[in-house]
Design a protein around this ligand. Structure first.
Ligand SMILES: NC(=O)c1ccc[n+]([C@@H]2O[C@H](COP(=O)([O-])OP(=O)(O)OC[C@H]3O[C@@H](n4cnc5c(N)ncnc54)[C@H](OP(=O)(O)O)[C@@H]3O)[C@@H](O)[C@H]2O)c1
Length: 327
């Protein structure tokens, strides 16, 4: 697989998101053996960047990844995140990027992942209660101690990115970027000015762009704790209207002789050698399909068609989730 550069960190240009193996998606946690085979297959195919977070589960996704990479740690660029679990008793889904919380969080992540260092450690969401300078100072301390190699931010906007980078180099921003979620294109010039890479999460539009959800009944059949059941793009009239986008991606896929998932990933790869999509799957067959997008070439006309896709109806997160995202 070809490589990409996130700051100074070189990775294979398609990564693997492990979240859905334990959290948020239908079937999460139901077949850990297949999830572990999926991570192994990804590594066999040349994937290096494996993405998890303390909040996924919480905790169990890191444990799963830790089991999967046992004996193969040196093949992995291991990325995890802190900042959505407050270890002072307030618990999960609380933003806390205070230095004290980070120092507790990192020890738990290292233990669950079965490693003595994290390659890329992200703040998961900006914490309005903690100046980013304090957070970055604590992360720089972890780098000095050798517990962390590179640091990143997630869903931070331009001002925070600049302030953070002034304290310690930010290697990557991890934010949602895909054919139907394009706002990161406003941040990209700043990332390039500062030499920061972009890790594109939910690059398949939470699976929607692959064309596997075609009817309201398909959404109904999802597990009750599958977050897509309440996502504005998957509900009501928005869902019906957004099907047009899936159809347009399918049309290009038919021209290319690839799958819609591969086209969605190949399009992201055309945007630069500093952008790394981390498609999420818990199935061997799909990690094979997604990783093969490395070899899919789009023509200038196909890229232009994809650039002009019908804009999505509905926010990419719920109102409550958007409250935690900087814009
Ligand atoms: N920083 C953040 O705040 C944040 C937020 C969300 C996600 N993430 C990270 O980004 C990663 C990827 O995002 P995501 O998982 O939310 O969304 P995604 O990659 O856009 O889509 C995942 C969904 O697509 C399905 N899928 C995967 N490959 C497919 C294929 N080839 N054909 C058909 N369906 C396919 C998966 O189902 P199966 O698993 O059943 O294959 C799953 O339902 C996560 O795993 C996580 O590590 C980070």
């Amino acid at each position: 697989m070809r490589t990409a550069k996130l700051g100074d960190l070189e990775v294979a240009r398609i990564g693997l998101g492990a979240m859905g193996m334990s959290h948020g998606y239908t079937g999460a946690g139901r077949d850990d053996a297949e999830s572990i085979r999926t991570i192994h297959r990804a590594l066999d195919l040349g994937v290096t960047l494996i993405d998890t977070a303390e909040i996924y589960g919480p905790f169990v996704n890191e444990e799963l990844v830790g089991r999967a990479i046992k004996g193969r740690r040196d093949q992995v660029v291991l990325a995890t995140k802190f900042g959505l679990v407050a270890h002072d008793g307030r618990g999960p889904w609380t933003r806390d990027s205070s230095p004290d919380n980070i120092r507790i969080a990192v020890e738990g992540s290292l233990r669950r992942l079965g490693t003595d260092h994290i390659d890329l450690y992200y703040q998961h969401r900006v914490d309005p209660q903690t100046p980013i300078e304090d957070t970055m100072g604590a992360m720089a301390g972890l780098v000095e101690q050798g517990k962390v190699r590179y640091v990143g931010l997630s869903e931070a906007w331009i001002d925070t990115i600049r302030r953070a980078h002034a304290v310690h180099p930010v290697t990557a921003l991890q934010s949602e970027y895909s054919l139907w979620t394009r706002d990161q294109e406003q941040v990209l010039p700043v990332l390039r000015e500062l030499g920061i890479g972009l890790v594109a999460y939910s690059p398949l539009g939470h699976g929607f762009l692959t064309g596997t959800l075609r009817t309201p009944e398909d959404v109904e059949r999802l597990d009750d704790d599958d977050f897509r059941k309440n996502n504005p793009r998957f509900t009501g009239e928005n869902f019906q209207r957004n099907l047009r986008i899936a159809d347009q991606v399918q049309t290009v896929a038919d021209q290319v002789g690839a799958t819609p998932a591969q086209v969605a990933l190949a399009w992201l790869l055309t945007k630069g050698g500093d952008i790394v999509p981390i498609p999420g799957t818990k199935r061997v067959s799909r990690v094979e399909e997604n990783t093969a997008a490395d070899a899919v070439e789009l023509t200038a006309e196909q890229i232009a068609t994809l650039d002009r896709l019908t804009p999505a109806e509905g926010g990419h997160h719920t109102e409550a989730q958007m409250q935690m995202i900087e814009r």
